[in-house]
Design a protein around this ligand. Structure first.
Ligand code: GTP
Ligand code: MG
Length: 337
């Protein structure tokens, strides 16, 4: 049995590697485009077959000025190459077998997450200010680099910081607590500060190239929603905001699946006029779009004696459980019950 498990692991690695090969293929390998169209696409930010396959045709049309029917034809080929259509159940099963979990460095949190933050999924951390969203992200930026036997993903990290709260000093504190050289750990985290929602979207588009080229295994967007909430103000802009948010959440899902990586995003809360939401007077921002796109949702709140409490909410595979944790110099850690 053990031997078989080991074999499976090797196979998984190969499956992922071959998937990445396809992604890395230059867009000029598509027979439906010539070098002129390829450079138009590239100039508009579509640098991989994957990005062409998953982007809405209207968006490509607006950015490249190519004809709609030409785009549909190019996308059809890109999808065939990338197999974004039907998969057999066997293929789907093989893909699920390659799924990995990344430790948070906190046993109680790992337990309610079913072992840690999952690859091929988007995990959403929701909570009021100061509940530990960023601190969990910073801790994960270190633990994701750990070897698989220590609960890591053996990869690098891309961190999109929308609020200017990424503190490199924290990496230098957390890494030694995980037996890692702080300078190496800090060197393996690529941080980008997103100044507005458009910039945030450009950075997310860029991940389709950045992730495979830099062995990135964890992508963090902290926070996914703040620029959207700040810029699309009022009822009349709500539909546009939700559409854009939905589009980019789906890109993150595709990214997580295509490269077998973990994606973690943070979300704020807003007052809930219709009563309690899992014992909380607040509910997650971003409405149904956010609720449907995120695979696992973790609600964070303040607990007694400076602790924090995390609750898994509407997950397809995890029971609704609570975990208590504390924020310390070493990142997030278990707190006594
Ligand atoms: P917003 O981004 O404002 O919505 O909040 P957040 O949920 O991201 O909060 P964050 O993760 O930044 O948590 C902030 C809390 O972590 C504060 O209560 C800090 O006191 C605590 N904290 C941050 N760094 C340290 C540290 O080095 N040691 C300890 N003990 N606590 C820390
Ligand atoms: Mg924060």
């Amino acid at each position: 049995m053990e031997k078989e498990d080991l074999n499976m692991k090797e196979e998984d690695k190969e499956a992922v590697a071959s998937n990445v090969d396809i992604i890395l293929k230059d867009i000029e390998s598509l027979s439906s485009i010539d070098s002129k169209i390829a450079s138009q696409l590239r100039a508009a930010g579509y640098t991989t077959i994957e990005s062409i396959a998953v982007s809405p045709p209207r968006e490509i049309m607006e950015k490249t000025k190519l004809g709609f029917n030409d785009i549909l034809e190019i996308q059809e080929e890109a999808r065939r190459l990338f197999q974004t259509d039907f998969k057999t159940a066997l293929e789907y099963y093989e893909m699920r077998k390659a799924l990995r979990k990344c430790t948070t460095g906190c046993n109680s949190l790992d337990k309610i997450l079913g072992g840690g933050i999952e690859t091929q999924a988007v995990t959403e951390l929701i909570g009021e200010y100061g509940t530990g969203k960023t601190q969990i992200c910073l801790t994960l930026s270190v633990t994701a680099q750990l070897p698989v036997e220590k609960g890591g993903l053996e990869g690098n990290v891309a961190f999109i910081d929308t609020e200017g709260t990424f503190m490199p000093e924290r990496i230098y504190q957390i890494a030694p607590a995980k037996d890692m050289d702080p300078q190496t750990a800090a060197n393996n985290i690529l941080v980008a500060r997103a100044y507005n929602s458009t910039h945030q979207c450009i950075l997310i588009d860029g991940l389709f190239k950045l992730v495979p080229e830099n062995n990135i295994k964890l992508v963090i967007v902290d926070s996914m929603i703040s620029h959207f909430r700040g810029e699309y103000f009022g009822r009349e802009n709500l539909a546009d905001r939700q559409q854009k948010l939905n589009q980019y959440l789906h890109k993150l899902i595709r990214l997580a699946e295509a490269y077998n990586i973990a994606v973690v995003i943070t979300n704020q809360v807003q007052a809930n006029p219709s009563g309690n939401f899992y014992g909380d007077p607040n509910r997650p921002a971003g409405g149904n779009v956010m609720a449907h796109a995120c695979t696992h949702r973790i609600m964070l709140r303040r607990g007694s004696k400076g602790t924090r409490v995390a609750t898994v909410i509407d997950s397809p595979s995890l029971p609704e459980e609570k975990a208590r944790f504390k924020i310390t110099e070493k990142g997030v850690e278990d707190a006594a019950e």
